[in-house]
Design a protein around this ligand. Structure first.
Ligand code: ATP
Ligand code: MG
Length: 347
């Protein structure tokens, strides 16, 4: 099994190095690693944010562990040369359409949440967001109305195959967790959402062991704050998922804690913390590596089919926190390497 390591920019190399230490400590049989350049560091080295050599490694890999891309030095480059094109290019080239973002509160960190600690403490949910369709990829443009007003437009569309594959991803995730799937749409107003709902109901026939509910997105936004403990898995479209997953991340607490996976239909996946390259703290040892370490656990679970070491990593992170490990974003003073040490000690 091949794992691609793409550390990227800013704090990326620091946090991926800690995740690699944890993976090495698990001494998993038959795993090899290849490192590739992405983002601003790739642009500076070879003139492109996603060089062909990197894409080649990605295509051969079973999974990609990704740090972050983003570099203020590259802000004035043409769009296709900017660091962010690396992640967009990987999603497109590998057909990564299903973005999984778990949100769970570690009890010790419940006070970091924007919610009351007891409400935050009830959160253990997974958002499954579609990432290859919706209004992001529809026809868009600017035109002038007959009255001479500038008018922008973005076409929102989904076809049934796109909805079907993300619905399967949602049901499968629910089956592997607590067996509850909430499909979020706006079917009272949008045709895309009516199709979404119809297709999700069709697909549900194959998952009689999963309890399916439907919720309008505005209500879902409210329920995420009012009673987030009701959710197990939420499946939703690209735009609604973008908004709800950022909302859910603030319900959980520090940005330095949240992992994500983006999968295609064949088990291959890209794993990354939800935060960016944090240029403001890069190179200072202040970055919290736990989101990246938890992303490595998701990688073992979803792409390498190794749930047992994945559980061990997650338990080690929980124990490190219980033992008092705190980086600055969590109100402590431990540096990036010391946070890695704490997880290794717990492991
Ligand atoms: P991007 O556009 O790449 O998403 P961003 O502007 O949203 O970047 P982030 O890089 O996610 O910003 O950082 C937002 C803030 O959170 C910054 O102040 C950063 O220092 C902090 N931050 C991000 N990741 C971490 C981390 N792992 N540990 C500690 N602080 C972090
Ligand atoms: Mg951001």
């Amino acid at each position: 099994m091949l794992i691609a390591l793409f550390p990227g920019d800013g704090i990326g190399p620091e946090i991926v190095a800690q995740a690699k230490r944890v993976l090495d400590a698990l001494a998993i049989d038959g795993v090899t690693y290849e490192e590739g350049l992405v983002g601003g560091s790739a642009y500076k080295a070879v003139g492109h944010p996603l060089p062909p050599e990197t894409l080649d490694i990605a295509k051969r890999a079973d999974a990609i562990l990704f740090g972050a891309v983003g570099d203020p030095d590259c802000d004035s480059l043409e769009r296709h040369l900017r660091p962010e094109q690396a992640i967009l290019g990987l999603r497109k080239e590998l057909g990564l359409f299903s973005n999984l973002r778990p949100a769970k509160v570690f009890p010790e960190l419940a006070h970091e949440s924007a919610l009351k600690p007891e409400v935050a403490g009830s959160i253990d949910l997974l958002i499954v967001r579609e990432t290859n369709g919706d209004v992001y990829f529809g026809e868009k443009g600017m035109r002038t109305t007959v009255d001479g007003l500038r008018e922008g437009y973005d076409i929102m569309s989904y076809n049934e195959a796109e909805v079907r594959r993300i619905a399967h991803a949602g049901f499968q995730a629910a089956r592997a967790r607590r067996g509850k799937l909430c499909s979020v749409d706006k079917a009272n107003v949008l045709e895309t959402s009516q199709l979404w709902r119809d297709v999700v109901i069709e697909v549900s026939a194959e998952y009689s062991d999963v309890a399916l509910t439907h919720m309008y997105v505005d209500n879902a936004a409210m329920q995420l704050v009012r009673n987030p403990g009701q959710f197990d898995v939420i499946v939703t479209g690209n735009m609604f998922g973008d908004i709800l997953s950022d909302q859910a991340s603030m319900c959980v607490g520090s940005i330095g804690m949240l992992a994500s996976a983006t999968l295609n239909g064949s088990g291959q996946g890209l794993y990354e913390p939800i935060h960016g390259s944090a240029p403001d703290i890069a190179g200072q040892g202040k970055a919290n590596p736990l989101a990246t370490i938890l992303s490595a656990a998701m990688m073992l679970r979803y792409s390498l089919n190794l749930p047992e070491p994945a559980d061990r990593i997650e338990a080690a992170v929980a124990k490190a926190l219980a033992d008092g490990a705190r980086s600055p974003d969590l109100g402590g003073t431990m540096n990036t390497i010391e946070m890695g040490d704490a997880v290794l000690a717990a492991l």
